[in-house]
Design a protein around this ligand. Structure first.
Ligand code: FES
Length: 154
């Protein structure tokens, strides 16, 4: 879905969830699936639907790393900056991705092709240095391989 926030789409999602506080997280997950992120304009209607204050909805969104309030690129590239990866060249990995995408950590390209993020540990230290592109892990990466991976992500 595009960046545009569509209130009618939101309303139809809201109707599918019980007007109860326990619907809050599943409802936010559904909104994120639909819109690719949680538009800030959705916070108040969500709060009304489940019967909590908007501040509680915002609190839940910021507490859980799975929720995003800004649109993300079609391809999310995550570079590990953990210790094992750091000693095996994570800095070069990050610089390579930054150079290719023109992005810094946390940024999304204007054409929505890429979002770049760094992560404390991707849980695959034996494969360091590691990056993830969407859901695929790439271990023991080097600049040539990184560029080949990124070129294939449209
Ligand atoms: S430190 Fe990079 S995967 Fe663990």
């Amino acid at each position: 879905m595009t960046q545009d926030f569509q209130m009618s789409a939101l309303k139809s999602i809201l109707k599918r969830f019980e007007p109860s506080r326990k619907s809050l997280i599943p409802l936010l997950q559904e909104i994120q699936t639909e819109f690719g992120h949680i538009p800030p304009a959705a916070i108040r209607p969500v709060a009304q639907r489940v019967g909590v204050f908007p501040s509680e909805v915002s609190g839940v969104i910021s507490f859980y790393a799975q929720f995003y309030t800004t649109p993300r690129g079609r391809n999310v590239v995550r570079v590990c900056r953990g210790t094992a990866c750091h000693v095996r060249g994570a800095r070069t990995v990050l610089q390579t991705v930054e150079r290719f995408t023109g992005l810094k950590d946390g940024q999304t390209s204007e054409d929505m092709r890429f979002t770049l993020e760094t992560v404390a540990c991707l849980g695959a230290c034996a494969l360091s240095p590691v990056m993830i592109a969407n859901k695929t892990y790439y271990g023991k990466v080097n600049p040539g391989r990184i560029e080949a991976v990124l070129r294939n992500l449209k």
